[in-house]
Design a binder for this molecule. Sequence first.
Ligand code: PLP
Length: 362
Amino acid sequence: MTLSRIFNFSAGPSMLPESVLERAAAEMLEYQGSGMSVMEMSHRSKVYDGIIKNTEKKLREIMSIPDNYKVLFLQGGATLQFSMIPMNLLVKNGKADYIVSGSFSGKAYKEAKKYGEIHLAATSKEDNFSHIPTQEELNLSKDADYLHICENNTIFGTTYNYLPETAGVPIVSDMSSCILSKPVDVSKYGLIYAGAQKNMGPAGLTVVIIHEDLVGEPQEKTPVLMRYDEQVKAESMYNTPPTYAIYILGLVLDWVDSMGGLSGMKEHNEKKAALLYDFLDGSRLFKTNVVKENRSMMNVTFFTGNEELDAKFVKETAAKGFSNLKGHRSVGGMRASIYNAMPMEGVEALVKFMKEFEAANS
Ligand SMILES: *Cc1c(COP(=O)(O)O)cnc(C)c1O
């Protein structure tokens, strides 16, 4: 069988490193002398216990997660965290601040309102989310239980270039589309969460990193599976965790390590993003709306200004063997998601094609 893997620019689920898929394939029928596939194993078995513990250990090492933070492997996607966070954390003053800088943070804000007094600290809706509100634009509450941000806006292609000063209010960050892309100082956050299907592994796994001081009694009637305290106590095994996805995350972390850890990853991602943005800045045909200081390394949004030409571009890229370059339905235009696993060659091939398309159409 000949393989024809293409450059997949999907925003998620997205590309995984080829070496990870090869190792998963090699271990598919029998995992390391256990006589079975990881998918078939009891989550309470000794072999699986080794897999989940080792995955957590590698994540702690790679992200330098301090000992006073808990790591949870949950289900429900980043979206379930939109509910779980307020249900568990709105317990001191019952108030939280939200910055709405795009679509997912808007959803998180709307959901949180069901559980307490939610204050809009800032939004960039008026410029169609083409920038991230600056510290000066923030209207923060002193008595908030937390401040929620979405650190990389997957749909609009913007990212924070600073972390808000909150005078001690814990920061809760949705890192779904930027986790593992560069080093972060975990100690500056109260809680970090991410759906796995962008930079960590397959869909079905959600990673939560939470400061132990935030793990406590949640609001009344919080479902048991949605209680951080119960999940911490059960070491993510209150019920069956997403076993196979956790195993794949372990393989992805080995790959990140082989790339030089998070500083190596950052270098790799900066090079890819610079190639694409430099081209966009010099292009006669393509442009991006995103302000320079908030350009995402992970999701690059661009357009020609002519919808028919955008559609033609998307169609031609598909024929060329690139997939998923159409922008999100709420934004239009194009989007290239160039997560960790996208190789440099993928971005080089895309830019080469964009140059050809520009020459033929402008
Ligand atoms: C993809 C994404 C989500 C939604 O994730 P699910 O796992 O599908 O719930 C939320 N926030 C951000 C920033 C995302 O990129």
